[in-house]
Design a protein around this ligand. Structure first.
Ligand SMILES: [Mn+2]
Length: 306
């Protein structure tokens, strides 16, 4: 990003697509942890747009394989419109989630913006999960396990066609990093789609540095980089404040390096910070860590180099 680019914070306080209640408190926890001030201190102009509104969580079971589909659609439509409005003004939208189903709205907006401005889109999906479930293979019906599939055209038309036509994106513009939990039926879908997955086994084997070099290798000046940061990407030892903790994630240094290398490469155009769940957190420490990592994503080096 350019130093003069305005960052717009957009809160989406809902857990409509999640399997646990509480991600609805994520936006405020990120504000309490100082997300706005941290970016302002980096010399970035930050405007907090406040929170979007939407339907309450009815907390009902799945219908035809989906929980709360109508409410998920309503929230995603308002996220899509808010993100599109910021991009249209040349701002860098930062979506404060909220559960990860909202990435459907966010990335649909980003994809349409890239199409209109003839930019190439690269989505970096930092997550413990592939989020590539469909109604026929999902164990739970929770739509936060489905956003990547929906964006790639697999899912209910209300979500796959949120931006008008499906698919919103092609699987080959997605790089998934940190993956360590893929459901049985989901594995086949992920393979069939040819998703580019840098799982924890691969990170263990070759290290975060080489993983990020590979994942970022084809970024050029015309690339819009969208980072969709699910806080459960991080190891639960350092980030307990999420609903779906999976052991064996990146540690503090690996996560910092990941963010720093994205920053070094340039091209960041939009960001989601998702699934932070204060109900599971300890004195807001996961929110503080997320803010720390976002600072690195915006160019604050933890090393003695600047
Ligand atoms: Mn996720």
């Amino acid at each position: 990003m350019q130093r003069t680019t305005q960052v717009s914070l957009i809160g989406a306080p809902t857990d409509i697509g999640a399997g646990h209640r509480g991600a609805s408190m994520g936006p405020e926890a990120l504000r309490v942890a100082g997300i706005g001030q941290a970016l302002t201190q980096r010399g970035i102009r930050v405007v907090d747009r406040g929170n979007l509104g939407g339907p309450m969580n009815p907390w009902t079971g799945p219908v035809d394989g989906y929980r709360h589909l109508a409410e998920v659609v309503a929230w995603n439509r308002s996220v899509m419109e808010a993100v599109a409005a910021e991009l249209g003004q040349g701002h860098l939208p930062v979506l404060l989630g909220g559960d990860h189903c909202l990435a459907i709205g966010s990335i649909t907006a980003v994809a349409r913006h890239c199409q209109a401005t003839k930019k190439r889109l690269l989505v970096l999906w930092l997550d413990a999960h592939a989020d590539y479930n469909t109604s026929s293979v999902t164990p739970s019906g929770n739509i936060h396990g489905m956003p990547v599939a929906c964006l790639c055209g697999l899912g209910p038309p209300e979500l796959t066609e949120l931006g008008g036509t499906a698919p919103a994106i092609s699987p080959d513009c997605v790089r998934q990093i940190g993956i360590r939990s893929v459901d049985t039926g989901e594995k086949k879908l992920v393979r069939d789609a040819g998703l580019d997955i840098y799982d924890m086994r691969y990170i263990d084997e070759i290290g975060m540095k080489r993983v990020m070099e590979e994942a970022l290798s084809d970024i050029d000046e015309n690339t819009h980089v969208h980072v969709s940061f699910d806080v459960d990407f991080l190891d639960p030892e350092i980030a307990p404040g999420v609903g779906t903790t999976i052991p064996g994630g990146p540690n503090y240094r690996e996560a910092q390096l990941c963010m720093e290398m994205i920053a070094d490469r340039g091209g960041l155009g939009s960001l989601d910070i998702m699934e932070l769940n204060p109900a599971f957190d300890e004195h807001n420490k996961t929110a503080v860590l997320a803010v720390d990592l976002v600072e690195s994503l915006f160019g604050k080096s933890t090393l003695m180099r600047d």
